[in-house]
Ligand binder design. Structure first.
Ligand code: ATP
Ligand code: MG
Ligand code: MG
Ligand code: MG
Length: 569
């Protein structure tokens, strides 16, 4: 392509909303353009890179025996009602009605649609195993779309679904996908880890995320320096030092039962000094199902552990945790809380379970060693019923597998493989006859890859101050030719010759035929990250040479014009 005719609207300034380098460079390099929050146009360069990623994913899926299909993005509500997710999926699901009033959603994922497709035609174990995949636009109405392509609302995902007659087969299908994912992320040149991931409320036993290591990643992962165990902190098994009941210390949190709720004024009167309530995380029953978690500062509570604890120990039916709104926070800080003994004591955190009425329970604990509760007496004011560690696992924790030490990284979740069991097949009656002639729900797995998120992840790992440094596999073009003196006929004719010969050899090449100064051409070439740059200057060409420079190296090399094409192709 001749750059003079291409649509590559590069910019000098970072967009104001871009917080991470991939977002900045994708916009500045003219790869994407924001249409609405979390919704982007892919411009020619951006789309070429997306298609490169898609193609690698496609080749490896095909090689692993999965078959490509293309399913509708718009899905009828009935299917989601059958699986139960119409009510449970929450606000990320974009719902709408057609002109007749029928309800639909824009698919955030396709378990229902694919299960419906397979159940229609697959009736016998003899038709299994099957694995179908698609590369499709998804929509998730994320609360915080951000970081450009990293967390969009509309994005492209590869999603595959496996169907087997039994669990053993399903786990084999899972392993095949697991291996295919390794091949994909290696071909993309990414530094990544496959980590054990939480299976959430699906309850399957096996799940891994593929996490690209990057400071800007939204996930936290830990890995053991000794046994190689790696997991998302949401799931990480760590060895805990358990405190004696009645002596909360370290990071344990105790459930306290207070005889009576007190307001902060009452607590102040009791302590004979002004009390200040240091609430780091506050949990209270907001409605039948939801509890609200309010987390202050850098305090991080593992939501899954907290939910399991509230459901298990406290016997609540907590379906989802959400952040409190500003109004709720305001109301909460004025409301009476359970007896707040450790008020104002540094290092003590209170997790209050403020049942709206009557207030009976709250949870309190110390997160620093030897910070014991002040003016709260065991037996009189509370009983300790359980100790739970609700912290996220982190660096320095003890590996739950081997006793080694864990190190922590940040990661970008680019892939997720999940053994689903019969969650969808059972709810949606997707049964087959097994060898004994009995009906049984198929065993499923689902396997996602964030195609557009990968483009962001590649850039997070491959850039410098001047711009993107694309690995060959993802680069929109492989070579850029920069003729510097357009008035020099020899420069122009040699540039044209090399351009044509490279194209004929199947190399994807840009000819920067714009009448610009060398500095401007180099700036753009560096910004958009083309791996190979070939520069033809007047003097060099007269000496029969061109300058060859790799984007990832600082040195360049003079190469005879007659050898250039063979060197590059
Ligand atoms: P996250 O934890 O980042 O929200 P997820 O666990 O909700 O992701 P999955 O349901 O596992 O995502 O979807 C499969 C893949 O789709 C993810 O591994 C990720 O690469 C990609 N993906 C998910 N949400 C987004 C998004 N909002 N923008 C871009 N890619 C996404
Ligand atoms: Mg998500
Ligand atoms: Mg996730
Ligand atoms: Mg996931």
């Amino acid at each position: 392509m001749r750059l003079s005719t291409m649509f590559v609207p590069t910019r000098k300034e970072d967009p104001a909303e871009a917080e991470v380098v991939s977002h900045q460079l994708l916009v500045r390099g003219g790869f994407i353009r924001m249409l609405a929050r979390g919704i982007y146009d892919f411009l020619p360069l951006g789309w070429r890179s997306v298609r490169k990623i898609e193609q690698i994913v496609r080749e490896e899926m095909d090689r692993a025996g999965a078959q490509e299909v293309h399913l509708p993005a718009v899905q009828p509500a009935e299917l989601w009602q059958e699986s139960g997710r119409w009510t449970h999926y929450g606000a990320e699901l974009l719902r709408f009605r057609d002109r007749k009033g029928a309800e639909f959603c824009f698919g955030p994922t396709h378990e229902e649609v694919v299960t419906d497709m397979i159940r229609g035609d697959v009736k016998s174990y003899k038709q299994l195993p099957l694995n179908v995949y698609q590369i499709q636009t998804k929509f998730r109405d994320e609360t915080r779309p951000r970081f450009g392509l990293m967390r969009g609302r509309e994005f492209i995902m590869k999603d595959a679904y496996s169907f087997d007659v039994d669990e053993e087969g399903a786990l084999q299908s899972y392993d095949v996908m697991f291996e295919a994912y390794h091949r994909i992320f290696k071909r993309l040149g990414l530094e990544y880890r496959a980590v054990e991931a939480d299976t959430g409320n699906i309850g399957g036993s096996r799940s891994h995320e593929f996490q690209v290591l990057a400071e800007t990643g939204e996930d936290e992962i830990v890995s053991c320096t000794e046994c190689g165990y790696a997991a998302n902190v949401e799931k990480a098994e760590i060895r805990l030092e358990v405190a004696e009941a009645g002596e909360p210390s370290g990071s344990e949190l105790a459930t306290l039962r207070t005889p009576k709720a007190r307001t902060i004024e009452e607590v102040s009167a009791y302590l004979k000094r002004p009390a200040q309530l240091i609430v780091k995380t506050l949990v209270y029953m907001a409605d039948e199902k939801a509890l609200i978690v309010l987390t202050r500062g850098d305090h991080q509570v593992n939501e899954l552990k907290l939910k399991a604890y509230l459901n298990g120990e406290l016997g609540r039916d907590v379906q989802e945790l959400r952040m409190a709104s500003d109004a709720e926070v305001e109301a909460l800080t004025k409301a009476p809380v359970g007896f707040a003994g450790p008020v104002g004591v540094e290092g003590v955190e209170i997790i209050a379970d403020l049942a709206v009425e009557p207030m009976v329970d709250f949870i309190v604990g110390a997160n620093l060693k030897d910070k014991h509760h002040v003016n709260v007496n065991h037996g009189r004011d509370f009983e300790v019923s359980a100790f739970v560690d609700l912290r996220q696992a982190g660096a320095g924790d003890i590996c739950g597998r081997c006793g080694g030490t864990l190190e922590a990284h940040r990661g970008i979740e680019v892939g997720h493989v999940f053994f689903l069991g019969d969650k969808y097949s059972k709810a949606m009656n997707a049964n087959v006859l097994d060898e004994n002639g009995e009906h049984r729900p198929m065993q499923m797995g689902c396997y996602g890859i964030g195609v557009t998120r990968i483009l962001a992840a590649v850039i997070e790992q491959n850039h410098d101050d001047d711009g993107i440094i694309f690995p060959m596999a993802v680069a929109p073009y492989q070579v850029v030719i920069c003729p510097l003196h357009l008035k020099n006929e020899l420069v122009v004719s040699e540039a044209e010759r090399i351009y044509n010969e490279l194209q004929a050899a199947g190399v994807e090449v840009i000819l920067d035929d714009r009448d610009l100064r060398a500095g401007n051409k180099f700036k753009d070439a560096d910004l958009i990250g083309i791996p190979v740059r070939l520069t033809l200057g007047g003097r060099g060409v007269e000496n029969g040479e061109a300058e060859l420079k790799m984007r990832h190296q600082s040195e360049n090399e003079m190469v005879p014009l007659s050898e250039v094409v063979d060197r590059i192709k």
